[in-house]
Design a protein around this ligand. Structure first.
Ligand code: NI
Length: 173
């Protein structure tokens, strides 16, 4: 396993609609392992393939937060939303591609998702709480959408300017 560099917004690769995974190859298995390691190292609760520069439809997540609880690493390939609840939830979201910036996003409180596991088998599950927010945030990434696209233009532009400045400073070293 290895930690992959995470792309920082603004980056054109974070704005693309990703292509479905056609086949579960050893490369996809390696990518999923690396993404989990990269996510835990960051640390974060979710990471989508485009965030490591791979424009394919998969993401990883683990929203277990309780101290000492067993981790639950999940790999979702070609995920789709089956159903969403009418009730909504507002969470302060962040993103590993937009470090240290946060904003309140309202999304359905519960979501049923269907996806393919690394074993190629279809899976379906209802997520709620932080899991539901995270799953929807990561699915957005596969459609080239970031959490700041749910915010007002003023806040979005402010965050984008900050990130562009941060990247210029990093590039200068
Ligand atoms: Ni994100």
């Amino acid at each position: 396993m290895s930690i992959r560099p995470i792309l920082i917004h603004p980056d054109p690769r974070l704005k693309k609609r990703c292509a479905p995974v056609a086949e579960i190859t050893p490369e996809i298995g390696k990518l999923a392992e690396d993404m989990l390691e990269t996510m835990y190292d960051a640390p974060g609760v979710g990471l989508a393939a485009p965030q490591v520069g791979v424009l394919q439809r998969l993401f990883v997540m683990d929203c277990v937060k309780e101290e000492g609880a067993e981790p639950r690493p999940m790999v979702l390939i070609n995920p789709e939303i089956v159903r969403t609840s009418d009730e909504t939830n507002t969470y302060e979201e962040g993103c590993l591609s937009i470090p240290e910036q946060y904003g309140e996003v309202t999304r359905p409180e519960r979501v049923v998702m269907r996806w393919m596991g690394l074993d190629g088998k279809p899976q379906e599950e209802e997520f709620d709480g932080l899991w539901a927010t995270c799953a929807q945030h990561e699915l957005d990434h596969l459609n080239g959408k970031l959490f700041i696209d749910h915010l007002g233009a003023i806040k979005r532009n402010m965050i984008t300017r900050k990130m562009a400045k941060l990247k210029r400073e990093k590039a200068r070293g």
